[in-house]
Ligand binder design. Structure first.
Ligand code: FE
Ligand code: ZN
Ligand code: FE
Ligand code: FE
Length: 204
């Protein structure tokens, strides 16, 4: 796979044309911009690779502490997806001809630490479930932002195969986020229904 900037389908990948430069100079600066972007791309890939691997360890802890069947199912599904996402990252390292290397993502490390705090600070049941959902959605949003950027970088770099792989992962992250929203809503609804029932019993 070539990664020359000028090869992108839509032509958007062309480095912003420098005013007044000759054709020769402009292609030289394009090459430079492209290799800088490639470096940034590689760094971001190492970061998200670390994050995904960390999540394959963090999600099982959340599953163990969750109560709602729906939440457990959502987390189990996403754990499986996350394992595939790790492999996809490795595939993308292969596309750019690099060894898969993880670089600690401070942001994900912080999000996971916060999630662990929530697990410690809440009693088992609906409150802890709500905390897990909240922590999970923060994680998904971080991933959505990261993969959106990575997909864009890959597009600019003309890495068509990588674009497709990022797209797949991005859709899974969005799906996970939506599912967590649904789980939260249904939990609220169930709780409201239970409270209503209790009130009815009391009023009898
Ligand atoms: Fe992920
Ligand atoms: Zn990260
Ligand atoms: Fe990071
Ligand atoms: Fe995710």
């Amino acid at each position: 796979m070539k990664n020359s900037v000028s090869q992108t389908k839509n032509g958007k990948g062309k480095a912003t044309s420098k005013k007044g430069s000759s054709a020769n100079q402009s292609s030289k600066s394009e090459g430079m911009e492209s290799s800088k972007l490639m470096k940034l791309f590689e760094d971001e890939l190492k970061d998200i690779y670390w994050a995904e691997k960390a999540l394959t360890k963090a999600i099982p802890k959340m599953i163990k502490k969750a109560t709602s069947e729906e939440l457990i199912e959502a987390l189990e599904n996403h754990l499986q997806e996350t394992e595939e996402q790790v492999s996809r990252c490795e595939e993308i390292f292969g596309i750019i001809g690099k060894k898969a290397v993880a670089k600690k993502c401070e942001a994900m490390d912080g999000l996971i630490k916060e999630a662990e705090e929530i697990l410690k600070d809440t009693d088992e049941g609906s409150m802890r479930d709500a905390g897990i959902i909240s922590a999970g959605q923060k994680v998904e949003h971080y991933e959505i932002a990261s993969y959106g950027t990575l997909r864009q970088f890959a597009e600019t770099l003309g890495l068509t195969d990588a674009v497709e792989l990022f797209e797949m992962t991005l859709e899974e992250e969005k799906g996970a986020d939506e599912t967590l929203t649904e789980v939260a809503l249904s939990a609220v609804n169930i709780q409201a229904a239970e409270e209503e029932e209790e009130e009815e019993v009391e009023s009898k």
